[in-house]
Design a protein around this ligand. Structure first.
Ligand SMILES: *[C@@H]1O[C@H](CO)[C@@H](O)[C@H](O)[C@H]1NC(C)=O
Ligand SMILES: *[C@@H]1O[C@H](CO)[C@@H](O)[C@H](O)[C@H]1NC(C)=O
Length: 243
């Protein structure tokens, strides 16, 4: 009887002690696992194929180029450059990667998520307005904005999976370095995912899926058309002036 009482107490104690432990940490299954494409050169499999450790070199654990900005996509107003398992194969299975983001004044990294990583940013240059949206567990229709103005040397953490943004509020170029607890954090830019899908999403789904009325979307399309038309007119005017 006493024995059963002891075991039950132990089980309840174990349950109580374990249940608040929502934390986790990375735990690689081996010292190194340099990613390779050639399966013949591989020994272990853990996510990517791993290079035989005896053929690993210092260059597998090296990357350069974060001293300069990435190449900006046309109209993006900024550039992102990542060092992840694809360009530093030694990161494989280590649960870490990094990146550099450059933004022109008044430009933004639009609402996005990294489904596999928490992001810790450190400002190197300029002034950022950053924030993430914390869902309200009591009301699916609401969220709380956690935001901050950051100066060089300031850091901010965007918890895994939450929607966040970075905006250059200064009047010169701004740069931050991002650290991720994933070898490939993934980037989902929410407006691009939703409004630029291929094939496009049905109008009504787009409208109701974004809690918008159809006329809002139609007005958005009209505004975009107006911008495109005036840009074309400006282009023609410039071409005329050059003739
Ligand atoms: C694997 O192959 C891809 C595509 O050919 C290449 O871009 C990448 O650098 C290769 N990765 C490694 C670790 O060799
Ligand atoms: C950036 O670093 C690379 C590699 O170390 C070097 O070749 C390049 O000259 C550097 N560029 C600038 C602008 O400092």
């Amino acid at each position: 009887m006493n024995m059963w009482w002891f075991i039950t107490t132990l089980a309840i104690t174990a349950f109580i002690c374990n249940s608040p432990s929502y934390a986790y940490d990375n735990n690689p299954l081996q010292d190194i696992c340099v990613a390779v494409n050639d399966s013949k050169a591989a020994v272990f499999v853990n996510g990517k194929i791993c290079k035989d450790p005896k053929f690993a070199t210092a260059n597998d654990f090296f990357a350069s180029g974060l001293n300069v900005s990435g190449i900006a996509a046309p109209g993006a107003g900024g550039a992102a450059k990542f060092v992840d398992v694809n360009n530093m194969p030694g990161l494989n299975t280590l649960g870490i990667s990094t990146g550099r983001v450059d933004l022109e004044p008044q430009r933004i990294v639009p609402f996005h998520i990294h489904p596999r990583a928490t992001e810790l940013i450190t400002v190197l240059e300029g002034i950022f307005y950053v924030g993430f949206l914390l869902p309200d567990p009591t009301n699916f229709f609401k969220s709380r904005l956690i935001s901050k103005i950051l100066y060089p040397g300031d850091m901010f953490v965007n918890p895994i999976g939450l929607i966040h943004f970075q905006y250059n509020v200064g009047n010169k170029k701004a740069v931050y370095l991002a650290a991720f607890n994933s070898q490939k954090p993934e980037l989902i830019i929410i407006p691009n995912s939703i409004f630029a899908s291929n094939p496009p999403i049905m109008d009504d789904v787009l409208a109701q899926g974004n809690s918008l009325r159809l006329y809002v979307i139609k007005n958005m399309i009209l505004v975009i058309l107006k911008v495109v038309c005036s840009a074309l007119a400006e282009h023609q005017r410039l071409m005329k002036a050059l003739e």
